[in-house]
Design a protein. Structure first.
Length: 139
């Protein structure tokens, strides 16, 4: 995979195959006014198959959200055609206002102004639970 097509932007690499659309939606990339390229099922030596997202602009991304979707993702920042930064991600301890609790009786369903906070409760299995009612975050 060649990244020189982008002069200034971000390449989100090593996304587990099939996860790029989840990441696309959770990061709100559809709302951007620049080019966003999605490459699915790219052959990778490390993963077998992977997805890649290229964004044709530099912008602040929510690193925690990316780490939540898949901590194995690497993010490459490209400036003037050169890779200036390679970022490794990690799973955040908590994630705020990204996921919504599915429990209709959860306090966050009633009190809409409360922040939606999910806490990492099982690192090995990447399980996040609602801070208030402990409902598991669902996909
Ligand atoms: Zn809840």
């Amino acid at each position: 995979m060649i990244i020189d097509a982008i002069k200034n932007g971000i390449v989100i690499d090593h996304i587990a195959a099939g996860k790029c659309m989840e990441l696309y939606q959770i990061l709100g990339l559809g709302d951007l006014d620049c080019s966003v390229a999605i490459l699915k099922n790219v052959t990778s030596r490390k993963l077998g198959r992977k997805d890649i997202i290229k964004i044709d602009r530099n912008l602040e991304l929510d690193w925690d959200v990316i780490g939540y979707v898949d901590p194995n993702i690497t993010v490459n920042i490209i400036r003037d055609g050169e890779q200036v930064e390679k970022r490794q991600l990690k799973m955040p301890e908590t994630i705020t206002n990204v996921l919504h609790c599915r429990n209709p009786r959860c306090i966050t369903s009633v009190e809409q102004e409360l922040p939606q906070v999910f806490k990492l409760t099982d690192r090995a299995n990447r399980v996040y639970r609602c801070l208030y009612c402990e409902t598991k975050a669902g996909k």
